[in-house]
Ligand binder design. Structure first.
Ligand code: ADP
Length: 175
């Protein structure tokens, strides 16, 4: 019998920890020889969704295209790890329905913490007015209402957060 695929969707502010956690989970799953694919927002925007901007329409289109690919892979038994800010609840709900086997991980860190981390120096630029429509600064973020997993990355360690995601995969029968 072929294995059941799933999409694990990491959503949260820039700098909340989506890439760190999705890569950490990917590493563990790969070590077990499981088929894993990572769709990281930053990378995806360089090819699959190149040319799209940060208006609501473009952000939604970005998520739909990621969802389209994630669904195909999921259907073929892959564990797909998506990390994308995906600020709008409605389109996250849409891809959830479309993909079916779906675990939403809310990577939850206060804006102040993300801004202090400023991993890519983008908050500083946004505050200086050099970047517009920056999520959390002058663009909305709609937190999930019923995510399967919440990782409080300002309070929990990276390995604790990775464990929470692994547990959710296990308890739902994906591992
Ligand atoms: P995002 O992909 O959401 O923009 P990144 O993963 O690039 O965020 O950056 C998150 C930063 O926060 C990293 O420097 C990471 O080491 C740090 N961090 C601290 N604690 C955690 C945690 N519990 N989970 C994830 N990242 C954490």
């Amino acid at each position: 019998m072929s294995r059941r695929g799933v999409t694990v969707w990491f959503t949260g502010l820039s700098g909340a920890g989506k890439t760190t956690l999705s890569c950490g989970v990917a590493q563990q799953l790969r070590a077990w020889g499981l088929p894993v694919e990572v769709l990281d927002g930053d990378l995806v925007r360089q090819h699959l969704t190149k040319g799209l901007g940060f208006s609501k329409a473009d952000r939604d289109e970005n998520i739909r295209r990621i969802g389209f690919v994630a669904e195909m892979l999921t259907r073929h038994g892959v564990i797909v790890l998506v990390s994308a800010i995906s600020p709008y609840r409605a389109v996250r709900q849409e891809v959830r329905q479309y993909i079916g086997n779906f675990i939403e991980v809310f990577v939850d860190a206060p804006l102040e913490v993300c801004e202090r981390r400023d991993v890519k120096g983008l908050y500083r630029k946004a505050r200086a007015g050099l970047i517009q429509h920056f999520t959390g600064i002058d663009d909305p973020y709609e937190p999930p209402e019923q995510p399967e997993v919440v990782c409080k990355t300002a309070e929990q360690s990276i390995s604790e957060c990775i464990d929470l995601v692994m547990q959710s995969l296990k308890s739902r029968g994906y591992l």
